[in-house]
Write a protein that binds this ligand. Sequence first.
Ligand code: FAD
Length: 400
Amino acid sequence: MQHVVVIGAGQAGASCVAKLRNGGFEGKITLIGAEPCPPYQRPPLSKGYLLGDMTLERLFLRPEAFYADQGIALKTDCRVTAIDPEARVLSTTEGEVAYDELVLATGSLPRRLPAAIGGDLDGVFTVRDLADVDAMAPRFVKGAKVLIVGGGYIGLEAAAVAAKLGLEVTLVEMADRILQRVAAPETSDYFRALHEGHGVTLREGVGLERLLGEGHVTGARLSDGTEIAADFVITGVGIEPDITLAKAAGIEIDNGIKVDARGRTSVPGIWAAGDCTSFPYRGGRIRLESVPNAIDQAEVVAENILGAGKDYIAKPWFWSDQYDVKLQIAGLNAGYDRVVSRLGDGSASFWYYLGDTLLAVDAANDPRGYMVGKRLIEAGKSPDPALVADPDTDLKALLE
Ligand code: FAD
């Protein structure tokens, strides 16, 4: 009987095993995860779960019984330590596991601040997994001082939760503006105003020189010489694809585990999906850190293991929740040369163009702008920017 083993019981791993069964695979399926619980959604970790609005059970992607019901052997709290691609055998913390087809869905690892600048002090947290959030949650008490290092989406979402719960929040961003890596100045301005309106102190264009404290963090010194007191620190300074196992097994790496459009790695019998991969996209190669990508790519891999011979064509989209604002992002803005703003009553959307070509849309509390933008981008259509900017334009008409 064929045995498919999936390493990484996260979003991609869970989607892959479910799709395999759903697609009629009758062999053995094993899903191996290093974390102690069934696969869960990560987005609420910096949103509803951190806020205390969401229970642990609601985080789980499927009830635990699902896996047994589907004949999927779920091994939690089990780490794969090596792959022998010749013998098709894995070494794990619970012994060896043989496979016929292997899927790597190992996700990402958060960047950590070096110990040399205080990154190893107690009270310094990353936001990647449930254990991180469960460890920091008790510190979220009214009046506590939190320093957030990094003004990307994760840092801003954590700042929003902290401000909502009455903490004193300072966020430090080394770049000139928050969201610089991922968004236009217009989007940064929108979120700066939102956070400042909720009392968050934003320090942009200032680096972290070092964290201060003996044993436990007590504050930070910034690159401009100022010192900030903090009861705890959250870092959101980016992630790296988790290529540890793949690299050691001799699998080709290129800004992540390199896969082709079908999800195959450079080694026969080994596939990969989700955050850990880089894959072909519009003549180049990209890596995406998002739930929709993890699900869609993992499902295509499952179908291809079953012989579909299907290419994965990413349709990038993403979201972020901060206070009462839902940001939805369609497309990828890389290479844009202008941004068209569409401002409504309580909503705003920012449309990225390269010449006359629409690349992406950031839509804040503007589900229609998002939906229309996404459909236009996927259809390769680019509306006249003047029409987009005009608040009287019926966006839906642009789809016709
Ligand atoms: P993961 O979900 O990270 O799963 C990988 C799993 O593999 C982990 O459980 C890991 O422990 C396990 N693993 C790794 N190595 C081994 C090994 N050797 N042995 C066994 N197990 C191993 N995306 C969005 O689209 N929208 C959002 O709003 C959003 N918000 C986010 C908020 C936070 C706080 C975080 C952390 C992420 C957020 N993301 C969001 C990103 C999204 O969660 C990821 O893109 C998605 O989880 C990727 O799925 P994955 O399966 O590739 O990796």
